[in-house]
Design a protein around this ligand. Structure first.
Ligand SMILES: [Zn+2]
Length: 197
């Protein structure tokens, strides 16, 4: 079968050919994606002490890191892709969009950091402000460790419904969980080195 060299919109069954500066979605789907995610972030922002927009291939682990380092104990997974360029573009756009909020904690204006794993997500992390009672309608998956089952990339809908995660361990417990993960990785690495040296 002949393959077209034209890039096409990735949203659902749209497949509109892409022209000009549109790299991943046609202009209307890209705008719809940004507006939907911005609305989600805006809703959370009103009740949050501050927010941080980022990307990760392991949102549960990232949530525990946010908890240890910044006391952020909530994280919403907004969008998944296996394309590094798409995730970096979306992250940069959302950081820019949310920079109008005074309590946005991103110091860098654009996507930074290395790419790990097959699928990565764009997320927003936060903790509720003291006076907030949270958003009662939201359903959170509790994160109290890094064992399975874990959140899996969801690309069946566009835009996808956010997955809301809430850490239910203390920052000290989260730090121990992350240390154990690091130890396990180092032991695995050492065993592999020993086997192949
Ligand atoms: Zn489209």
């Amino acid at each position: 079968m002949a393959r077209s060299s034209t890039s096409r919109c990735r949203a659902g069954s749209c497949a509109a050919p892409l022209r000009g500066t549109a790299h991943f979605y046609c202009p209307s789907h890209w705008r719809h994606l940004l507006e939907t995610l911005d609305a989600t972030i805006c809703q959370l922002y009103r009740e949050a002490r501050e927010i941080y927009v980022g990307r990760s291939n392991d949102p549960e682990r990232r949530l525990l890191e946010h908890l240890v380092e910044y006391e952020r104990d909530h994280l919403a997974v907004l969008h998944w892709s296996s394309d590094q360029a798409e995730i970096e573009k979306l992250e940069t756009e959302l950081i820019e969009l949310t920079s109008r909020y005074s309590k946005q904690a991103n110091l860098e204006g654009a996507s930074r950091g290395s790419w790990r794993g097959q699928w990565n997500c764009v997320y927003v992390a936060w903790c509720w402000k003291n006076s907030s009672r949270g958003l009662p309608g939201l359903r959170f998956r509790k994160v109290d460790g890094l064992y399975h089952p874990r959140l899996v990339p969801d690309c069946t809908r566009f835009p996808k419904e956010p997955d809301f995660l809430r850490a239910t361990v203390s920052p000290g417990q989260a730090a121990r969980i992350l240390e154990e993960l690091q130890d396990a990785r180092e032991q695995l690495w050492a065993r592999r080195q020993a086997r192949y040296s």
